[in-house]
Design a protein around this ligand. Structure first.
Ligand code: PLP
Ligand code: COI
Length: 339
């Protein structure tokens, strides 16, 4: 079938593709991978995923290289993070090899949806795990379904690799201090919807959350981690209530390789005024530079881009990360699975 997709105009959204993968956990074991072309699932009305949020998901991307080959970024790391999320809300764990096989099969069967090299778009891969079955008490399900679907996507934030403003609002949290902020479960995202839409209505790309206990330190930026650059140093928050971003982990390595010092530590809000550059990072966000942070409670603004352009270090990190993902630069750390 011919594609008539305008790759360079894609935004971050759902597009129907040819196939998705499903795998059921029943009677204490995982079944075989099933290939489906349906976009819906049949779940019991009393499933724990529907009532109690017993659900986790992942997000990773496949890229087309100059050589036409397809490369998937940090597949194993996403498999392991889904296992951590599963332990956090008592779900059956999908083994790494089965997770990888499901993702590889989903990408292979939807190869015609992997955007061409140079289009700025990629294939977003969304694995998810749901608690199923006829339960009404608050306890873990006995049955689960693991699903992998894909969708070609463009930039998550409308501006793409152009600086965008974010805001601080102290009257919202996405996660509790000892809650589920460090795992990728649906409830965190439901909890972020009100603050997220307020921010968007105010013209901001995202909310920069503070630590939920004391509101003294920077946490993360809606669906992405936060980092800043100052005096040749890459500075990113250490916190129990943020998601350990695989993109951030990759950038930390690339920053070190470029000769930057890396600091991963609690970052007091007061430090915002000393940064030269600031950005969000994540699979969907890639690197989205931050033009300005408006602290809406304190009535203060911190400006990082006056001319509308990304800072030099953000730009260098962005180019290096993208080049590793598409195969233009050597994969020195075994991050890339070539299909
Ligand atoms: N933080 C949150 C809350 C996210 O949803 C994401 C996206 O996955 C990230 C950070 C970035 O993580 P990663 O780089 O692994 O995509
Ligand atoms: C990702 O970056 O993969 C995410 O999961 C962010 C998102 C919730 C769209």
């Amino acid at each position: 079938m011919e594609n008539t997709i305008n790759w360079s105009e894609l935004s971050f959204g759902y597009m129907k593709t040819d196939y998705n993968i499903r795998c059921y956990y029943r009677n204490g074991k995982w079944g075989e991978l099933e290939i489906s072309s349906a976009e819906t699932i049949n779940v019991h009305i009393s499933s724990t995923c529907l009532h109690y949020g017993q659900e986790a998901f992942e997000g990773l991307k496949a890229f087309r290289g100059k050589d036409g080959r397809i490369r998937i970024f940090r597949l194993g790391d996403n498999a392991r993070r889904l296992q951590e999320s599963s332990r956090g809300i008592m779900m059956a764990e999908m083994p790494t090899d089965k997770f990888e096989e499901a993702v590889l099969t989903a990408v292979r069967l939807n190869e015609r949806f992997v955007p061409p090299y140079g289009s700025g778009a990629s294939l977003y891969i969304r694995p998810l795990l749901l608690g199923l079955g006829a339960l009404i008490g608050v306890k873990p399900a006995d049955e689960y379904v693991f699903i992998v679907f894909v969708s070609p996507v463009g930039p998550y934030f409308k501006t793409g690799f152009k600086p965008a403003p974010v805001c601080i609002m102290r009257n919202y949290d996405r996660a509790a201090p000892l809650g589920t902020g460090n795992i990728k479960v649906g409830g965190n995202y439901a909890a972020s919807l009100v603050a997220g839409s307020k921010a968007q209505a105010g013209g901001y790309a995202a909310v920069l959350y503070l630590d939920p206990k004391e509101k003294r330190f920077l946490d993360e930026c809606g669906p992405a981690n936060f980092f800043a650059i100052r005096e040749n140093t890459y500075i990113t928050p250490a916190s129990n209530s943020i998601l350990p971003s695989i993109t951030n982990k990759s950038l930390i390595q690339l920053a070190e390789d470029m000769g930057l010092t890396v600091e991963r530590r609690p970052i007091p809000v007061a430090e915002l005024e000393s940064f030269e550059e600031a950005a969000e990072c994540g699979t969907a966000a890639v690197i989205t530079p931050i033009s300005r942070i408006d602290d809406l409670d304190e009535n203060r603004s911190y400006v990082y881009s006056k001319d509308g352009n990304p800072g030099v270090t953000c730009e260098k990190l962005y180019r290096t990360l993208s080049a590793v993902q598409t195969g233009d630069l050597a994969d020195n750390y075994g991050w890339v699975t070539v299909l």
